[in-house]
Design a binder for this molecule. Structure first.
Ligand code: YOG
Length: 135
């Protein structure tokens, strides 16, 4: 049985989001707005099929995929790039590789109890986010 991420998760810690945004080429003014947001993650999971919604007061981002199947991701409202994206299970971790213009781009999610972890990487920058289950 794979891990079940279904639920609503509220951010409680966000390390080096600024460095990650700089690596993505996000402009100064947008970084200042984005840097104070408190994103919520809403996961819908049916086995290997996922929808992850990242919700903020500024912008929202939704990504749907099936583990193991490559898809074209357009990071609309984020850095607006096109990636060939694949999310795979690595034991109970979800490991995403976003192939495209930016090197070493991707993310990893995992759960420990009622805590959801996310590491977002682009080039030489990693942002570490922690969420607590709220629903
Ligand atoms: O989530 O990859 O859970 O899709 C990355 C923001 C700020 C927009 C958010 C809005 C990168 C301006 C994580 C932030 C910064 C700054 C929330 C999205 C880019 C632009 C929408 C992500 C994965 C893993 C699932």
């Amino acid at each position: 049985m794979p891990a079940d991420f279904t639920g609503t998760w509220d951010i409680v810690d966000n390390q080096n989001f600024e460095g990650y945004m700089v690596a993505l080429g996000i402009d100064f003014a947008t970084r200042k707005i984005a840097g104070v947001l408190k994103p919520q993650k809403i996961f819908e999971q049916d086995g290997d099929s996922f929808t992850i919604k990242t919700i903020t007061t500024f912008r929202n981002y939704t990504c749907s995929f099936k583990a193991g199947e490559e898809f074209e991701e357009i990071t609309k409202g984020l850095d607006n790039r096109k990636c060939q994206t694949t999310v795979n299970w690595d034991n109970d971790k979800l490991v995403c590789v976003q192939k495209g213009e930016k090197k070493n781009r991707g993310w990893t999610h995992w759960i420990e109890g009622d805590t959801l972890f996310l590491e977002l990487t682009c080039e030489d920058q990693t942002c570490k986010q922690i969420f607590k289950r709220s629903a």
